[in-house]
Design a protein around this ligand. Structure first.
Ligand code: G
Ligand code: G
Ligand code: NA
Ligand code: MN
Length: 254
């Protein structure tokens, strides 16, 4: 399981599946997007979570192949939902630093969107802060290429990395996802609230909307609503679900 060889064989054997975690409007609860989260359906071990293979995929460079598989699966799933006439919302796809630095992410997305007839407004890309470090010019060009497609850009796990305010200001990002570690601080007094208040007002000045990740309780949701956090994601709303269960959710929206 933990070898490069096993991971490579799993990629060739198509042992991966996407689950989808809803992201909803904080005030109305309306479905806004779904995050695609990859799972390894191991023939012996069952479902293996990404924490157990994404780091290895990053180290070995297999993330490039695996990442393309994820893009392909997300686009073909969107096409299936579209064919079933379900009310579509965007799917948000994680792109890791190595994958981002490997090169033409924009072209890769265009190719798979075209292949499946998917409108770019139905695709979002989640980048971590570490994707924003390095050759400034090259990063800006990649981000601009993605934005010109009409795909939204999210900064994921915000607060855990080293991005500076000036970096945030320079990048043309649409949505800021605050790391779930900060959401859990809302349970222990005002300090967590003050942090969110600062992040939210900064993001709004920069024309970004804010998502709180890892929302697990009604109390957390209430605080986030009061702070004008735009959207929430987390077990309180829904766990990541297989595509079939998402279809049922979408049918209920009619
Ligand atoms: O699904 P779960 O919450 O267990 O995900 C754990 C970690 O794996 C998260 O950091 C998540 O961003 C990452 N992850 C899940 N799916 C993908 C994927 O398709 N590509 C990349 N690069 N990371 C993913
Ligand atoms: O790094 P990223 O934000 O993509 O990680 C998403 C991970 O967080 C997934 O593994 C997902 O299963 C997990 N997750 C999603 N919602 C919650 C939550 O409410 N609480 C906790 N503890 N984890 C969550
Ligand atoms: Na993510
Ligand atoms: Mn995240």
């Amino acid at each position: 399981l933990n070898s490069e060889q096993a991971l490579r064989a799993a990629i060739d054997g198509d042992e991966f599946e996407l689950h989808y975690q809803p992201r909803v409007d904080a005030a109305s609860g309306e479905l806004r997007s779904m995050e695609a989260l990859v799972r390894w359906m191991h023939p012996q071990r069952g479902m293996v979570p990404p924490d157990e293979f994404i780091p290895l995929a990053e180290e070995t460079g297999l993330i490039v192949k695996l990442g393309e598989l994820v893009i392909e699966k997300a686009c073909s799933q969107l096409a299936r939902w579209k064919a079933e006439n379900l009310p579509l919302v965007p799917v948000s796809i994680n792109v890791s630093p190595r994958q981002f630095n490997h090169g033409n992410i924009a072209e890769l997305f265009v190719w798979h969107m075209k292949l499946h007839g998917i409108d770019p407004s139905l695709v979002e890309i989640e980048l971590t802060e570490s994707c924003m470090m390095g050759d400034d010019q090259a990063i800006s060009e990649q981000l601009a290429a993605i934005k010109s497609l009409g795909v939204k850009l999210l900064i994921d796990d915000f607060g855990t990395g080293y991005s500076s305010l000036s970096q945030l200001q320079r990048r043309d990002l649409d949505i800021l996802k605050v790391d779930k570690a900060f959401t859990s601080t809302l349970d222990s007094g005002k300090e967590g609230e003050v942090f969110f208040m600062a992040i939210i007002s900064m993001a709004h000045v920069l024309n970004m909307s804010v998502v709180a990740e890892g929302v697990e309780t009604l109390e957390q949701l209430r605080v986030l609503q009061a702070l004008s956090c735009n959207e929430v994601q987390g077990y309180f709303v829904s766990r990541p679900l297989p595509a079939g269960e998402i279809s049922q959710l979408m049918r209920k929206r009619y």
